[in-house]
Design a protein around this ligand. Structure first.
Ligand SMILES: Nc1nc2c(ncn2[C@@H]2O[C@H](COP(=O)(O)OP(=O)(O)OP(=O)(O)O)[C@@H](O)[C@H]2O)c(=O)[nH]1
Ligand SMILES: [Mg+2]
Length: 438
């Protein structure tokens, strides 16, 4: 039996009855425990788990064996029993040992936050590349949990001793198989990345700026994307509704064409395996001309969510130390879901926003503020415009047209060595023009 068929015994099935528990770690979280529990339920619902109950526990000292204290473990077991749950979702990262011990104690299958997020991504990934990346992340996660998989299976088999336990050699063989599979996926991914790199190189020469929407999951990125593009990307009250990046051409005031890209949402404690795996996809973000950070300002943990997003951007080397401020991608913050704030809170938010650079308030749902947002985007994209003297071939009508489209042509004159054009171009337009000429 292969490690992979065995793992399918281990998968979370849709409709599984579950209880969701969260360990509020001492000194760890400044988040609202209720909101955090809501998010955990949302993650579980995102793959169709039937959540029967949820509870948050305050954990003073993390127990290496079980994370939760022994009284709490009993309470979790009772909660699972009372609700006839076959699944306990723990909204924290568990070590393989903790996971296995909790399974024994609760007599239910236990999945941790990392496992849950991996399951969601596994179910949603639509492109070939997305699927490969998720499988890679999953295998990486699984490799550390092989032993647990076996104990889980043995328990399922109900102690038929004659079947015999898996020998050390079997586990070794499985590990090797996982390693081989991972190596194969990495090679396939390299190929895909190379191909996409070529596409991107071609697009960078394409004469329009790229705007990337990023933000915490459920912040409203896809809703804003749809409003700006007239597209109908899935926008739902569902965590991780969007997984694969989508791009559309849009027009903005003073900018005929730009490309808007909708991306996967971030979430706190995004599994490291996934950050690594999604790096390639999120590279679209790295090469954007402008990052639009969409925030749900009506959420009680809005600030913590903002920090989570910034942390991921830092891990992706988009911001932070070592990023040259001259070439850094500018970020515009969009404070979304304005319509959910009462009048007083909205007025206050407007005041706070006015004191900051690069912040706009919108409601992607009602459309309020969207005009101002589009103007801000276009201002930021055309900021830093300088006058450049450019020589072009007189027969190169396309370049001249390009300059008219992306900047302001102040003067053009025929000279012996070609046509001299004086044009005002933004930094990014000038860089793109030069890339186009090379
Ligand atoms: N009230 C209100 N709801 C909004 C607004 N913008 C988005 N929503 C709702 O918030 C939920 C999430 O919106 P999405 O656009 O799918 O969020 P997203 O950021 O793309 O989420 P992921 O793709 O899951 O990361 C949906 O139910 C939207 O209708 C808004 O301005 N006001
Ligand atoms: Mg989305």
């Amino acid at each position: 039996m292969s490690a992979f068929t065995r793992e399918s015994d281990d998968e979370v099935s849709r409709g599984a009855r579950a209880v969701v528990v969260h360990a509020e770690l001492h000194g760890g979280d400044r988040r609202n425990p209720e909101a955090r529990l809501e998010e955990a339920k949302g993650l579980a619902l995102a793959i169709g788990i039937d959540v029967q109950a949820s509870q948050s526990f305050r954990v003073r000292d993390r127990k290496p064996a079980t994370l939760f204290g022994s009284g709490q473990v009993d309470a979790i077991a009772a909660l699972a029993m009372d609700h006839e749950a076959d699944l306990v979702v723990v909204d924290n990262a568990l070590s393989p040992v903790q996971q296995s011990n909790l399974e024994k104690a609760t007599k239910a299958k236990v999945i941790d936050r990392t496992g849950l997020i991996l399951e969601i991504f596994g179910e949603r990934a639509a492109t070939n590349e997305g699927r490969l990346q998720v499988e890679l992340a999953h295998l990486d996660y699984q490799a550390g949990r092989l032993v647990r998989s076996w104990t889980h299976l043995e328990r399922q088999r109900g102690g038929f001793g004659f079947l015999g336990g898996p020998g050390e050699t079997q586990i070794e063989a499985d590990r090797r198989m996982i390693r081989d599979r991972m190596a194969k996926i990495r090679r396939e991914l390299e190929q895909v990345t190379r191909t996409r790199g070529l596409h991107r190189a071609r697009r960078q020469k394409a004469p329009w700026p790229v705007i990337a929407l990023v933000g915490y999951t459920n912040a409203g990125k896809s809703t804003l994307f749809n409003r700006m593009t007239g597209a109908e990307v899935m926008a739902e009250d569902l965590l991780f509704a969007t997984l694969d990046p989508t791009m559309r051409q849009i027009a903005l005031p003073g900018l005929d064409k730009a490309i808007l890209s909708d991306t996967v949402g971030f979430v706190s404690d995004l599994p490291t395996q996934l950050i690594a795996a999604f790096r390639a996809t999120l590279e679209e973000v790295l090469s954007a001309d402008l990052i639009v950070h969409v925030r749900d300002v009506a959420h009680s943990d809005s600030t913590a969510q903002r920090d989570d997003v910034l942390q991921v951007l830092e891990e992706l080397d988009v911001i932070g130390e070592g990023v040259d401020p001259v070439t850094a991608v500018p970020i515009l913050e969009v404070w979304n879901k304005l319509d959910l704030l009462d009048e007083e809170a909205a007025a206050h938010m407007h005041e706070v926003a006015a004191r900051q650079d690069n912040v706009v308030l919108v409601s992607a749902l009602t459309g309020e503020g969207v005009d101002g947002f589009q103007k801000a985007v276009s201002d930021m994209l055309t900021k830093g415009a300088d006058v450049h003297q450019i020589m072009i071939d007189p027969t190169d009508g396309a370049s001249l047209a390009w300059l008219h489209e992306h900047g302001e042509v102040l003067e053009s004159a025929m000279q012996a060595d070609g046509m001299r054009v004086e044009a005002r171009l933004s930094q990014s337009a000038y860089a793109r023009f030069r890339a186009r000429q090379s």
